[in-house]
Write a protein that binds this ligand. Structure first.
Ligand code: GDP
Ligand code: MG
Length: 399
Protein backbone atom coordinates (compact mmCIF):
# COMPACT_ATOMS: atom_id res chain seq x y z
CA UNK A 1 0.00 0.00 0.00
CA UNK A 2 1.28 3.48 -0.83
CA UNK A 3 1.39 5.85 2.12
CA UNK A 4 -0.45 9.07 1.39
CA UNK A 5 1.09 12.39 2.30
CA UNK A 6 -0.95 14.32 4.84
CA UNK A 7 -2.08 16.87 2.27
CA UNK A 8 -3.78 14.18 0.19
CA UNK A 9 -5.44 12.51 3.18
CA UNK A 10 -9.20 12.55 3.16
CA UNK A 11 -10.46 15.31 5.46
CA UNK A 12 -13.05 13.88 7.79
CA UNK A 13 -15.19 14.88 10.74
CA UNK A 14 -16.56 12.46 13.32
CA UNK A 15 -20.06 12.44 14.75
CA UNK A 16 -21.42 10.79 17.89
CA UNK A 17 -24.25 11.28 20.35
CA UNK A 18 -24.58 11.38 24.12
CA UNK A 19 -27.71 9.53 25.23
CA UNK A 20 -29.13 8.09 28.43
CA UNK A 21 -27.39 4.84 27.56
CA UNK A 22 -24.15 6.42 26.40
CA UNK A 23 -22.47 8.95 28.70
CA UNK A 24 -20.07 11.62 27.49
CA UNK A 25 -17.16 9.64 28.84
CA UNK A 26 -18.18 6.50 26.94
CA UNK A 27 -18.77 8.51 23.78
CA UNK A 28 -15.32 10.10 24.07
CA UNK A 29 -13.77 6.65 24.24
CA UNK A 30 -15.74 5.48 21.22
CA UNK A 31 -14.74 8.58 19.24
CA UNK A 32 -11.12 8.09 20.22
CA UNK A 33 -11.31 4.62 18.74
CA UNK A 34 -13.23 5.84 15.69
CA UNK A 35 -10.49 8.38 15.15
CA UNK A 36 -7.87 5.62 15.26
CA UNK A 37 -9.93 3.59 12.77
CA UNK A 38 -10.19 6.62 10.48
CA UNK A 39 -6.43 7.11 10.50
CA UNK A 40 -5.99 3.43 9.76
CA UNK A 41 -8.30 3.79 6.77
CA UNK A 42 -6.25 6.74 5.46
CA UNK A 43 -8.28 9.67 6.73
CA UNK A 44 -7.41 12.74 8.74
CA UNK A 45 -9.79 13.78 11.51
CA UNK A 46 -10.35 17.54 11.51
CA UNK A 47 -13.04 17.83 14.19
CA UNK A 48 -15.48 15.83 16.32
CA UNK A 49 -19.13 16.83 16.62
CA UNK A 50 -21.30 15.55 19.44
CA UNK A 51 -24.86 16.15 20.53
CA UNK A 52 -26.86 15.25 23.60
CA UNK A 53 -30.20 13.65 22.74
CA UNK A 54 -32.70 11.18 24.17
CA UNK A 55 -32.44 9.01 21.10
CA UNK A 56 -31.14 9.55 17.57
CA UNK A 57 -33.41 11.36 15.15
CA UNK A 58 -34.97 8.73 12.83
CA UNK A 59 -34.49 10.95 9.79
CA UNK A 60 -31.27 12.89 10.18
CA UNK A 61 -29.72 11.14 13.20
CA UNK A 62 -28.84 14.53 14.74
CA UNK A 63 -31.11 17.52 15.37
CA UNK A 64 -31.72 19.95 12.52
CA UNK A 65 -29.79 22.81 14.14
CA UNK A 66 -26.73 20.60 14.68
CA UNK A 67 -26.94 19.38 11.10
CA UNK A 68 -26.92 22.95 9.84
CA UNK A 69 -23.85 23.64 11.92
CA UNK A 70 -22.19 20.59 10.33
CA UNK A 71 -23.21 21.63 6.82
CA UNK A 72 -21.64 25.05 7.15
CA UNK A 73 -18.48 23.63 8.72
CA UNK A 74 -18.15 21.09 5.91
CA UNK A 75 -18.42 23.82 3.33
CA UNK A 76 -16.00 26.16 5.07
CA UNK A 77 -13.31 23.55 5.73
CA UNK A 78 -13.80 21.54 2.53
CA UNK A 79 -14.46 18.31 4.40
CA UNK A 80 -14.54 15.16 2.24
CA UNK A 81 -16.42 12.79 4.47
CA UNK A 82 -18.42 12.54 7.67
CA UNK A 83 -18.07 9.42 9.79
CA UNK A 84 -20.81 8.44 12.24
CA UNK A 85 -19.91 6.31 15.22
CA UNK A 86 -23.19 4.40 15.09
CA UNK A 87 -24.73 2.30 12.40
CA UNK A 88 -27.06 4.43 10.26
CA UNK A 89 -30.17 3.03 8.67
CA UNK A 90 -30.07 3.12 4.86
CA UNK A 91 -32.73 5.86 4.92
CA UNK A 92 -30.80 7.96 7.44
CA UNK A 93 -27.63 7.62 5.42
CA UNK A 94 -29.44 8.84 2.34
CA UNK A 95 -31.15 11.76 4.09
CA UNK A 96 -27.95 12.90 5.71
CA UNK A 97 -26.05 12.69 2.45
CA UNK A 98 -28.67 14.87 0.80
CA UNK A 99 -28.56 17.34 3.64
CA UNK A 100 -24.80 17.63 3.97
CA UNK A 101 -23.88 17.05 0.32
CA UNK A 102 -20.89 15.07 1.44
CA UNK A 103 -19.79 11.43 1.65
CA UNK A 104 -21.37 9.73 4.69
CA UNK A 105 -19.80 6.68 6.28
CA UNK A 106 -20.86 4.81 9.40
CA UNK A 107 -18.71 2.70 11.72
CA UNK A 108 -19.64 -0.52 9.91
CA UNK A 109 -18.78 0.97 6.52
CA UNK A 110 -15.46 2.18 7.87
CA UNK A 111 -14.57 -1.20 9.36
CA UNK A 112 -15.49 -2.90 6.08
CA UNK A 113 -13.28 -0.45 4.22
CA UNK A 114 -10.31 -1.26 6.43
CA UNK A 115 -10.93 -4.98 6.06
CA UNK A 116 -11.06 -4.56 2.29
CA UNK A 117 -7.75 -2.67 2.28
CA UNK A 118 -6.10 -5.25 4.46
CA UNK A 119 -7.40 -8.56 3.10
CA UNK A 120 -4.51 -10.39 1.50
CA UNK A 121 -5.52 -13.97 0.71
CA UNK A 122 -8.35 -14.63 -1.69
CA UNK A 123 -10.19 -16.28 1.18
CA UNK A 124 -10.12 -13.12 3.30
CA UNK A 125 -11.03 -11.02 0.26
CA UNK A 126 -14.04 -13.21 -0.44
CA UNK A 127 -15.26 -12.84 3.11
CA UNK A 128 -14.91 -9.06 3.04
CA UNK A 129 -16.59 -8.84 -0.33
CA UNK A 130 -19.51 -10.89 0.96
CA UNK A 131 -19.88 -8.61 3.98
CA UNK A 132 -19.66 -5.54 1.72
CA UNK A 133 -22.36 -6.76 -0.64
CA UNK A 134 -24.61 -7.60 2.30
CA UNK A 135 -24.02 -4.09 3.59
CA UNK A 136 -24.70 -2.49 0.21
CA UNK A 137 -27.87 -4.42 -0.66
CA UNK A 138 -30.36 -2.41 1.45
CA UNK A 139 -28.51 0.80 0.54
CA UNK A 140 -28.68 0.47 -3.24
CA UNK A 141 -31.55 2.88 -3.58
CA UNK A 142 -29.42 5.53 -1.96
CA UNK A 143 -26.55 4.91 -4.28
CA UNK A 144 -28.84 5.10 -7.26
CA UNK A 145 -30.64 8.25 -6.10
CA UNK A 146 -27.24 9.78 -5.71
CA UNK A 147 -26.53 9.13 -9.39
CA UNK A 148 -29.96 10.39 -10.32
CA UNK A 149 -29.22 13.66 -8.61
CA UNK A 150 -26.03 14.08 -10.58
CA UNK A 151 -27.88 13.43 -13.81
CA UNK A 152 -30.53 15.99 -12.98
CA UNK A 153 -33.25 13.65 -11.90
CA UNK A 154 -36.15 14.58 -14.19
CA UNK A 155 -37.63 11.64 -16.07
CA UNK A 156 -35.41 9.17 -14.30
CA UNK A 157 -37.98 7.57 -12.07
CA UNK A 158 -39.15 4.74 -14.35
CA UNK A 159 -35.79 3.51 -15.62
CA UNK A 160 -34.38 4.38 -12.22
CA UNK A 161 -36.60 1.84 -10.52
CA UNK A 162 -35.72 -0.83 -13.07
CA UNK A 163 -32.06 -0.06 -12.67
CA UNK A 164 -32.31 -0.58 -8.93
CA UNK A 165 -33.99 -3.92 -9.47
CA UNK A 166 -31.23 -4.98 -11.87
CA UNK A 167 -28.59 -3.83 -9.41
CA UNK A 168 -30.27 -5.72 -6.60
CA UNK A 169 -30.35 -8.87 -8.67
CA UNK A 170 -26.68 -8.51 -9.55
CA UNK A 171 -25.77 -8.01 -5.92
CA UNK A 172 -27.92 -10.93 -4.78
CA UNK A 173 -26.29 -13.16 -7.38
CA UNK A 174 -22.87 -12.02 -6.21
CA UNK A 175 -23.81 -12.87 -2.63
CA UNK A 176 -24.95 -16.37 -3.60
CA UNK A 177 -21.79 -16.90 -5.62
CA UNK A 178 -19.48 -15.71 -2.85
CA UNK A 179 -21.25 -17.88 -0.28
CA UNK A 180 -20.77 -20.93 -2.53
CA UNK A 181 -17.12 -20.07 -3.05
CA UNK A 182 -16.57 -19.70 0.69
CA UNK A 183 -18.24 -23.04 1.41
CA UNK A 184 -15.86 -24.75 -0.98
CA UNK A 185 -12.78 -22.99 0.44
CA UNK A 186 -14.08 -23.84 3.93
CA UNK A 187 -14.14 -27.50 3.02
CA UNK A 188 -10.57 -27.32 1.72
CA UNK A 189 -9.40 -25.50 4.81
CA UNK A 190 -11.09 -27.82 7.24
CA UNK A 191 -9.42 -30.75 5.45
CA UNK A 192 -6.10 -28.92 5.79
CA UNK A 193 -6.80 -28.32 9.44
CA UNK A 194 -7.76 -31.99 9.80
CA UNK A 195 -4.41 -32.93 8.27
CA UNK A 196 -2.55 -31.08 10.96
CA UNK A 197 -3.03 -34.26 12.91
CA UNK A 198 -2.40 -34.79 16.53
CA UNK A 199 -0.87 -31.47 17.54
CA UNK A 200 -2.64 -29.47 20.21
CA UNK A 201 -4.00 -26.16 18.91
CA UNK A 202 -3.66 -22.87 20.72
CA UNK A 203 -5.28 -19.65 19.46
CA UNK A 204 -4.38 -16.09 20.32
CA UNK A 205 -7.53 -14.01 20.71
CA UNK A 206 -8.11 -10.46 21.85
CA UNK A 207 -9.11 -6.95 21.00
CA UNK A 208 -7.40 -5.35 18.04
CA UNK A 209 -3.95 -3.81 18.59
CA UNK A 210 -3.28 -5.44 21.97
CA UNK A 211 -0.11 -7.25 20.89
CA UNK A 212 -1.29 -10.65 19.66
CA UNK A 213 1.06 -10.70 16.68
CA UNK A 214 3.93 -9.37 18.80
CA UNK A 215 3.38 -12.19 21.29
CA UNK A 216 3.25 -14.67 18.43
CA UNK A 217 6.65 -13.39 17.35
CA UNK A 218 8.00 -13.61 20.87
CA UNK A 219 6.86 -17.20 21.27
CA UNK A 220 7.98 -18.37 17.86
CA UNK A 221 10.53 -17.35 15.35
CA UNK A 222 7.75 -16.26 13.04
CA UNK A 223 7.78 -12.81 11.65
CA UNK A 224 4.17 -11.82 11.83
CA UNK A 225 3.31 -8.32 10.71
CA UNK A 226 2.77 -6.16 13.82
CA UNK A 227 2.14 -2.44 13.79
CA UNK A 228 0.31 0.21 15.70
CA UNK A 229 -2.83 0.17 13.61
CA UNK A 230 -6.17 -1.47 14.03
CA UNK A 231 -6.59 -4.77 12.21
CA UNK A 232 -3.02 -4.89 10.90
CA UNK A 233 -3.82 -8.25 9.35
CA UNK A 234 -7.00 -10.06 8.49
CA UNK A 235 -5.65 -13.46 7.76
CA UNK A 236 -4.85 -16.01 10.38
CA UNK A 237 -1.29 -17.23 10.73
CA UNK A 238 -0.53 -20.69 12.04
CA UNK A 239 2.91 -21.70 13.32
CA UNK A 240 4.32 -24.77 14.90
CA UNK A 241 5.83 -23.83 18.25
CA UNK A 242 8.03 -25.94 20.52
CA UNK A 243 8.20 -25.11 24.22
CA UNK A 244 10.68 -27.31 26.08
CA UNK A 245 10.21 -30.37 23.87
CA UNK A 246 6.47 -30.00 23.47
CA UNK A 247 5.28 -29.06 19.98
CA UNK A 248 1.90 -27.41 19.39
CA UNK A 249 0.21 -25.17 16.83
CA UNK A 250 -0.21 -21.49 17.58
CA UNK A 251 -2.68 -19.36 15.60
CA UNK A 252 -2.70 -15.58 15.39
CA UNK A 253 -6.21 -14.33 14.59
CA UNK A 254 -7.87 -11.12 13.53
CA UNK A 255 -8.53 -8.70 16.39
CA UNK A 256 -12.00 -8.08 17.74
CA UNK A 257 -13.60 -4.68 18.05
CA UNK A 258 -16.59 -3.13 19.81
CA UNK A 259 -19.86 -2.59 18.00
CA UNK A 260 -18.95 -5.20 15.42
CA UNK A 261 -22.24 -5.79 13.63
CA UNK A 262 -23.54 -9.36 13.96
CA UNK A 263 -23.76 -9.52 10.17
CA UNK A 264 -20.01 -8.95 10.05
CA UNK A 265 -19.32 -11.59 12.67
CA UNK A 266 -21.33 -13.87 10.44
CA UNK A 267 -19.21 -13.23 7.35
CA UNK A 268 -16.07 -13.82 9.39
CA UNK A 269 -17.30 -17.00 11.00
CA UNK A 270 -14.94 -19.01 8.81
CA UNK A 271 -11.95 -16.96 9.91
CA UNK A 272 -13.17 -17.34 13.44
CA UNK A 273 -13.60 -21.12 13.04
CA UNK A 274 -9.87 -21.35 13.67
CA UNK A 275 -10.78 -20.27 17.22
CA UNK A 276 -13.58 -22.82 17.39
CA UNK A 277 -11.18 -25.61 16.65
CA UNK A 278 -8.60 -24.53 19.21
CA UNK A 279 -7.99 -26.62 22.33
CA UNK A 280 -6.79 -23.65 24.34
CA UNK A 281 -7.21 -19.89 23.97
CA UNK A 282 -4.79 -17.16 24.99
CA UNK A 283 -6.75 -13.98 25.58
CA UNK A 284 -4.34 -11.06 25.20
CA UNK A 285 -5.23 -7.76 26.89
CA UNK A 286 -3.53 -4.37 26.59
CA UNK A 287 -3.52 -3.11 30.18
CA UNK A 288 -2.04 0.21 29.12
CA UNK A 289 -5.33 0.97 27.38
CA UNK A 290 -7.79 2.89 29.59
CA UNK A 291 -10.70 0.75 28.35
CA UNK A 292 -9.12 -2.65 28.67
CA UNK A 293 -12.03 -3.92 30.79
CA UNK A 294 -14.49 -2.98 28.12
CA UNK A 295 -12.25 -4.78 25.61
CA UNK A 296 -12.35 -7.94 27.72
CA UNK A 297 -16.15 -7.94 27.68
CA UNK A 298 -16.31 -7.32 23.91
CA UNK A 299 -13.98 -10.25 23.32
CA UNK A 300 -15.99 -12.46 25.68
CA UNK A 301 -19.17 -11.43 23.89
CA UNK A 302 -17.81 -12.44 20.48
CA UNK A 303 -16.40 -15.67 21.91
CA UNK A 304 -19.86 -16.57 23.17
CA UNK A 305 -21.41 -15.57 19.81
CA UNK A 306 -19.22 -18.17 18.13
CA UNK A 307 -19.72 -20.60 21.01
CA UNK A 308 -16.08 -20.70 22.03
CA UNK A 309 -16.50 -19.24 25.52
CA UNK A 310 -16.34 -22.58 27.30
CA UNK A 311 -12.82 -23.37 26.13
CA UNK A 312 -9.89 -23.28 28.54
CA UNK A 313 -8.42 -19.81 28.41
CA UNK A 314 -5.31 -18.04 29.71
CA UNK A 315 -5.56 -14.31 30.37
CA UNK A 316 -2.39 -12.56 29.28
CA UNK A 317 -2.16 -8.96 30.41
CA UNK A 318 0.28 -7.36 27.99
CA UNK A 319 2.17 -4.05 27.72
CA UNK A 320 3.15 -3.94 31.39
CA UNK A 321 6.04 -1.72 30.26
CA UNK A 322 3.59 0.89 29.03
CA UNK A 323 1.18 0.77 31.94
CA UNK A 324 0.57 4.25 33.26
CA UNK A 325 2.18 4.42 36.65
CA UNK A 326 3.02 8.01 37.24
CA UNK A 327 3.52 7.54 40.98
CA UNK A 328 5.23 10.77 41.80
CA UNK A 329 3.00 13.05 39.85
CA UNK A 330 -0.15 11.44 41.19
CA UNK A 331 1.18 11.45 44.71
CA UNK A 332 1.88 15.17 44.41
CA UNK A 333 -1.55 16.04 43.18
CA UNK A 334 -3.91 13.56 44.81
CA UNK A 335 -2.40 11.73 47.68
CA UNK A 336 -5.13 9.10 47.76
CA UNK A 337 -5.26 7.89 44.20
CA UNK A 338 -1.66 6.90 43.97
CA UNK A 339 -2.09 3.39 45.30
CA UNK A 340 -5.05 2.57 43.08
CA UNK A 341 -3.07 3.22 39.98
CA UNK A 342 0.02 1.19 40.62
CA UNK A 343 0.71 -1.85 38.48
CA UNK A 344 1.03 -3.96 41.63
CA UNK A 345 -2.44 -3.02 42.74
CA UNK A 346 -3.82 -3.80 39.32
CA UNK A 347 -2.12 -7.19 39.29
CA UNK A 348 -3.58 -7.92 42.68
CA UNK A 349 -7.06 -7.06 41.48
CA UNK A 350 -6.79 -9.08 38.27
CA UNK A 351 -5.29 -12.13 39.93
CA UNK A 352 -8.17 -12.08 42.38
CA UNK A 353 -10.55 -12.01 39.45
CA UNK A 354 -8.84 -14.52 37.15
CA UNK A 355 -6.87 -16.60 39.65
CA UNK A 356 -4.00 -18.66 38.38
CA UNK A 357 -4.98 -18.06 34.77
CA UNK A 358 -3.49 -14.57 34.60
CA UNK A 359 -0.08 -13.61 33.29
CA UNK A 360 1.55 -10.20 33.14
CA UNK A 361 4.01 -9.65 30.34
CA UNK A 362 5.53 -7.26 27.90
CA UNK A 363 5.46 -9.07 24.56
CA UNK A 364 7.55 -6.32 23.01
CA UNK A 365 10.37 -6.45 25.56
CA UNK A 366 9.94 -10.18 26.14
CA UNK A 367 9.51 -9.56 29.86
CA UNK A 368 8.11 -12.38 32.01
CA UNK A 369 7.42 -14.55 28.99
CA UNK A 370 8.98 -17.57 30.69
CA UNK A 371 6.19 -18.09 33.21
CA UNK A 372 3.69 -17.99 30.39
CA UNK A 373 5.74 -20.51 28.41
CA UNK A 374 5.84 -22.81 31.41
CA UNK A 375 2.09 -22.62 31.81
CA UNK A 376 1.62 -23.25 28.09
CA UNK A 377 3.80 -26.33 28.37
CA UNK A 378 1.73 -27.60 31.30
CA UNK A 379 -1.62 -26.94 29.65
CA UNK A 380 -0.63 -28.33 26.26
CA UNK A 381 0.88 -31.39 27.93
CA UNK A 382 -2.34 -32.00 29.84
CA UNK A 383 -4.41 -31.90 26.67
CA UNK A 384 -1.93 -33.98 24.73
CA UNK A 385 -1.67 -36.82 27.22
CA UNK A 386 -5.42 -36.98 27.68
CA UNK A 387 -5.50 -37.89 24.00
CA UNK A 388 -2.34 -39.96 23.86
CA UNK A 389 -1.80 -41.39 27.34
CA UNK A 390 1.04 -43.62 26.09
CA UNK A 391 3.03 -40.48 25.18
CA UNK A 392 3.13 -39.23 28.75
CA UNK A 393 6.68 -40.48 29.30
CA UNK A 394 7.95 -38.20 26.53
CA UNK A 395 6.91 -35.05 28.35
CA UNK A 396 7.92 -34.67 31.99
CA UNK A 397 5.50 -33.15 34.44
CA UNK A 398 7.16 -29.88 35.47
CA UNK A 399 4.61 -28.64 37.99
P1 GDP B 1 -2.42 -7.13 17.40
O1 GDP B 1 -3.33 -6.27 16.61
O2 GDP B 1 -3.09 -7.59 18.67
O3 GDP B 1 -1.81 -8.26 16.63
O4 GDP B 1 -1.23 -6.17 17.92
P2 GDP B 1 0.26 -6.04 17.37
O5 GDP B 1 1.09 -7.22 17.80
O6 GDP B 1 0.22 -5.70 15.92
O7 GDP B 1 0.77 -4.81 18.23
C1 GDP B 1 0.13 -3.56 18.17
C2 GDP B 1 1.09 -2.48 18.62
O8 GDP B 1 1.39 -2.63 20.01
C3 GDP B 1 2.44 -2.53 17.92
O9 GDP B 1 2.87 -1.21 17.69
C4 GDP B 1 3.34 -3.23 18.91
O10 GDP B 1 4.69 -2.88 18.78
C5 GDP B 1 2.78 -2.73 20.23
N1 GDP B 1 3.04 -3.66 21.32
C6 GDP B 1 2.83 -4.99 21.36
N2 GDP B 1 3.21 -5.53 22.55
C7 GDP B 1 3.69 -4.50 23.28
C8 GDP B 1 4.23 -4.41 24.61
O11 GDP B 1 4.38 -5.36 25.36
N3 GDP B 1 4.59 -3.15 25.02
C9 GDP B 1 4.45 -2.04 24.23
N4 GDP B 1 4.84 -0.88 24.73
N5 GDP B 1 3.95 -2.11 22.99
C10 GDP B 1 3.57 -3.31 22.51
MG1 MG C 1 -2.20 -8.78 14.66
Amino acid sequence: MIEKSSSSLEKTILVGIITLKQSKKVLDEYLEELSFLTTTAGGQVIKRFTQKMDSPDPKLFLGKGKMEELASYIKRKEINSVIFDDELSPAQQLNIEKFLKCKIIDRTGLILDIFAQRAKTSYARNQVELAQYQYILPRLKGLWTHLERQKGGIGMRGPGETEIETDRRIVRNKITLLKKKLVSIDKQMSTQRGNRGSLVRVSLVGYTNVGKSTLMNSLTKANVFAEDKLFATLDTTVRKVVVENMPFLLTDTVGFIRKLPTQLIDSFKSTLSEINEADLLIHVIDISHPNYEDHISSVNFILSEIEAHQKPILMVFNKTDKYFNDKDEIKDVFDIEYEDRSLEKLKFKLIKEYHDRSYFISALNKTDINNLKKELYKKVREIHITRFPYNAFLYPDIS
